[in-house]
Design a binder for this molecule. Structure first.
Ligand code: LLP
Length: 415
């Protein structure tokens, strides 16, 4: 086994003029590091998927305004799901006309704010449509529908079909029409989202076809949004194949074009990718602080607890691991389980991996951590959330979010 395991990030010159241990030295450990070139490349791939398609970045994947600004420069618009996401999008220069709001069980106050701050507001239940109608009669609204076809890497992220809280089911369309009529609401768009992370486009395309058929029953629509879910290969060191964008592009492109030809639709077709845009531009760096054997298992104890990266605990998600050793001594390969510093046995980052022997003081990198990494981090065990650093196009590092401070933690509590 090779002494090092950093060929992937090295091939991208991911850390630019900095080194992983230099970055943890300056910004603290752990630290989220993003690469601008990778981010711009992924934005461009989504923009070029189908000519004329509007790409609406799903802010929940990563809401750092410095990344959002780059995403805006690349010509994407954005969706928001909370007042906090709207505020971050404003900070990044997104204007009202390029923000769509996707509601789920929101308060009347939040609905009013969304109508004021966003181009389109989509509601996803009859009861929220009723609330919307009472608050904003006569206005334009979008509806999130449930195509009955779900997809995703875990049951927890399948967002269509019978087992999910999302979307208005076709059986409720008659009731939806009467609420729309009662409040003189104009239905201007339909949206759907099958779930997160498909590597095979079939369910996405089936659901897209369903949405196009459904839209025929609702004349006057301007927006049809097909959701996100575009997957990325997390198994980098096994060369997991990428999502076949060429195939998706030609099949999806043809489907949209023939529907335009058939119906004369002149409105917007939209996709809402989150993960695809930001996952691969992020590597989470941390430090090994202890190693121990317990029975047959070698535990590598790091400062990357599930408060910093929740995906492995929450979804059994796989992230590949790199190692940036501090010395040049030979390392043999061995099975190791990488864990964090949180007081729960489930705090496992990577279970039973064959990796070069990891030692105290080593720096390690968790790949593909740019999506649903920092944005899902927490202060559990009263640990402070890490800094975020961007490696700019010229290779220089820039702090784009400082680490939390202990004083901030204390400041929430009245004396
Ligand atoms: N549109 C809507 C309405 C969504 O709910 C989502 C994600 C997206 C778009 C973007 O989906 P993406 O392209 O990122 O798959 N925390 C989970 C993923 C949750 C996704 C939630 N909704 C994870 O870490 O895998």
């Amino acid at each position: 086994m090779s002494l090092i395991r950093s060929e992937y990030s090295a091939s991208l010159n991911f850390f630019g003029s900095a080194s992983p241990s230099g970055l943890t030295g300056v910004y603290g450990s752990p630290v989220y590091v993003y690469n601008e070139n990778v981010l711009r490349k992924r934005c461009a791939e989504m923009k070029n998927l189908v000519t004329g398609l509007t790409v609406c970045y799903s802010t929940k994947a990563n809401g750092n305004p410095h990344l959002l600004r780059i995403i805006r420069e690349e010509g994407l618009i954005a969706d928001a799901m909370s007042p906090g996401e709207i505020a971050l999008l404003h900070r990044a220069g997104f204007k009202k006309e390029s923000i769509n709001y996707v509601c789920n069980n929101v308060s009347p106050e939040e609905l009013v704010l969304a109508v004021r701050e966003c181009a389109h507001v989509s509601v996803d239940s009859l009861s929220q449509l009723e609330t919307f109608g009472k608050l904003s009669p006569g206005s334009a609204v979008m509806a999130r529908v449930n195509p009955g076809i779900g997809a995703g890497h875990s049951d927890k992220v399948v967002t269509a079909g019978k087992k999910t809280k999302f979307g208005i089911a076709p059986g409720d369309f008659p009731a939806m029409r009467s609420i729309l009529a009662r409040h003189q609401l104009r239905l201007v768009g339909l949206n759907q989202h099958v779930g997160s992370l498909f590597m095979d486009s079939e369910p996405f395309l089936d659901a897209a076809k369903w949405l196009l058929e459904t839209a025929k029953d609702f004349p006057g629509l301007h927006v049809l949004s097909f959701g996100g879910g575009f997957g990325i290969p997390y198994n980098k060191y096994k060369n997991e194949p990428r999502l076949n964008l060429e195939e998706l592009s030609s099949r999806f492109g043809e489907m949209l074009q023939s529907w335009r030809d058939e119906t004369g639709f002149e409105g917007q077709f939209v996709i809402e990718p989150g993960r695809y845009v930001v996952a691969e531009c992020g590597i989470l760096l941390g430090t090994v602080h202890a190693v121990k054997n317990n029975g047959p298992t070698r535990f590598v104890g790091t400062d990357i607890g599930f408060n910093v990266l929740a995906r492995p605990l929450l979804y059994d998600a796989f992230h590949d691991v790199e190692l940036y050793p501090q010395d040049e001594e030979p390392r043999t390969g061995m099975m190791q389980t990488i864990v964090g510093n949180i007081c729960e046995s489930g705090d496992v980052l990577a279970q039973g991996r064959l990796l070069p022997e990891m030692r105290e003081g080593d720096c390690l990198g968790i790949l593909d951590a740019g999506a649903y990494g920092f944005s899902m981090s927490s202060c559990y065990n009263q640990r402070l959330r890490p800094a975020e650093v961007l490696i700019r196009k010229d290779g220089s590092p820039q702090l784009i979010r400082r680490r939390d401070h202990l004083e901030e933690l204390l400041s929430y509590y009245p004396e």
